[in-house]
Design a protein around this ligand. Structure first.
Ligand code: TMP
Length: 239
């Protein structure tokens, strides 16, 4: 597989074309941003950890029949993926109150959300990714009704797979964000699944083991990401 032109550079990842028009290479950088990139830093080793953690979750989901863009790992910081036409909707699933949900509804963090809440955000950095609902998505044509029902079912299925798998590792899956895209006429899961895009709490201590450590200046960011890797893979990567 030959790496070709840089197609897109995001806040933490770069996407390259390959010699196959159906495939791209995603390169995970160490960059960390929060609050729509108002806060920026580099966290040594984060790119590698997020790449390896995402690959682990994509493999797990594929083994349960979830269609994802992941084709395979290419190295410590890169994965080969199917080229998607991104759907401009971010999907958030919440099992425990935290973050913007707690803030918006005036709730303390840590309350169970039963059944889990599904939220949609319009993916537009200039607008700060505003919260939207199904009817906005359909009325503005960001996804068709059939695509939206596939996305909603897939997001719930991902939660049904990851929640118990993480609970066995003594981790609470508080919430997470997914992105979907179109490939060869099908909707599939894209982007990444990592401590950048999920909230993970230790089940015993409720210690935060995700990007909230960076967002809130709690320190120990790289150590938290390493701890997630260690619980998933039983060791440390050769960073
Ligand atoms: P929120 O509580 O800030 O809305 O975040 C919900 C989930 O989405 C949380 O697991 C973090 C993730 N997330 C992203 O992946 N990207 C983002 O830009 C934001 C704001 C949240």
């Amino acid at each position: 597989m030959e790496k070709r032109a840089l197609l897109y550079s995001g806040k933490a990842k770069d996407v390259y074309a390959t010699d196959d028009p159906n495939l791209c290479i995603v390169h995970f950088r160490d960059s960390a941003t929060a609050f729509n990139a108002l806060k920026k830093s580099e966290i040594a080793g984060k790119g590698e950890l997020n790449n390896l953690i995402s690959a682990h979750f994509f493999d797990l989901l594929a083994s349960h029949g979830v269609e994802t863009h992941f084709v395979g790992s290419l190295g410590p910081r890169e994965m080969l993926v199917r080229r998607l036409e991104i759907i401009k909707v971010e999907v958030v699933v919440r099992n425990i109150t935290a973050g913007s949900l707690a803030k918006r509804l005036g709730l303390p963090e840590g309350l169970p959300v039963t059944p889990p809440v599904l939220e949609y955000y319009y993916k537009d950095d200039t607008l700060g990714d505003p919260l939207v609902n199904d009817s906005h998505i359909l009325s503005f044509g960001w996804a068709s009704a059939a695509e939206l029902s596939t996305i909603a079912a897939a997001a719930r299925q991902v939660n049904d797979i990851l929640l118990p798998a993480l609970r066995k590792l003594d981790l609470l899956l508080v919430d997470f964000k997914l992105e979907f895209g179109r490939h060869a006429g099908r909707v599939m899961l894209g982007d990444e699944i990592s401590p950048d895009t999920c909230r993970f709490w230790d089940a015993q201590t409720r210690e935060k083991l995700d990007k909230d450590r960076f967002r809130r200046d709690l320190g120990g960011v790289a150590e938290a990401y390493q701890e997630i890797y260690r619980r998933l893979k039983g060791g440390t990567p050769n960073v």
